[in-house]
Ligand binder design. Structure first.
Ligand SMILES: CC(C)(COP(=O)(O)OP(=O)(O)OC[C@H]1O[C@@H](n2cnc3c(N)ncnc32)[C@H](O)[C@@H]1OP(=O)(O)O)[C@@H](O)C(=O)NCCC(=O)NCCS
Length: 173
């Protein structure tokens, strides 16, 4: 399902759509193009998921969470960004998000667009809070959260930032 088409800061058109079960191979291709730094900041270790793990993720149903992919036509579809959230099993007003943009497309507004659409989808599903563990050197993600306009709290614990973002659009500054 097409959510929308956006243009990056350099005018590149990018399609944002819901993740589909058959996206796993294209998601793996994107992971294989990532720098070590992006892999580490995303997974907090230098290892990308396997095809089987991505297949399981891509088959996620809305009661578990929601995934979005960002793609360009090259001329076949190439996934260049990915974001999803997984709803807490014991507190369905809370979810853990993840956002990933391929290195050569970072810093052009795609992370912001993915986070916006993810926050909106989550709020519409009754989720009030995103919480995530963020590496303290991950200035891009911390900057992204700061610039989202949504209220957030950050607590330093065990060498990581525990970041909690409130999703109510009425609170957006
Ligand atoms: C974090 C990430 C998703 C951001 O995506 P992006 O497309 O580069 O972000 P955007 O271009 O939309 O930038 C949004 C805001 O983030 C901040 N930001 C982006 N790059 C930054 C940097 N290098 N330093 C500080 N702030 C930065 C800025 O505030 C920016 O807002 P502005 O453009 O209005 O100034 C991307 O860098 C990424 O995939 N990193 C690797 C994986 C990761 O860390 N994922 C998050 C953990 S799950």
């Amino acid at each position: 399902m097409l959510l929308k088409t956006i243009r990056l800061r350099d005018r590149t058109p990018v399609t944002l759509r819901l993740m589909r079960p058959d996206d796993a191979p294209l998601l793996l291709d994107m992971h294989n193009r990532l720098s070590d730094a992006s892999i580490y900041f995303r997974y907090l270790r230098y290892r990308i998921p396997t095809l089987e793990q991505l297949e399981k993720l891509a088959q996620m149903t809305p009661d578990v969470g929601v995934g979005i992919v960002a793609s360009i036509e090259t001329p076949t579809e190439t996934i260049i960004g990915h974001a999803y959230y997984v709803i807490e099993a014991d507190d369905r007003t809370s979810a853990e998000p993840a956002v990933l943009v391929e290195d050569q497309f970072q810093g052009r507004g795609l992370g912001r667009a993915l986070l916006d659409i993810l926050s909106q989808a989550a709020w519409e599903q009754g989720i009030e809070v995103f919480h995530a563990l963020v590496h303290p050197s991950n200035e891009q993600l911390l900057g992204l959260v700061r610039r989202s306009g949504l209220p957030f709290q950050s607590k330093y614990a065990y060498g990581m930032h525990e970041v909690q973002v409130e999703l109510d659009p009425a609170l957006r500054g």
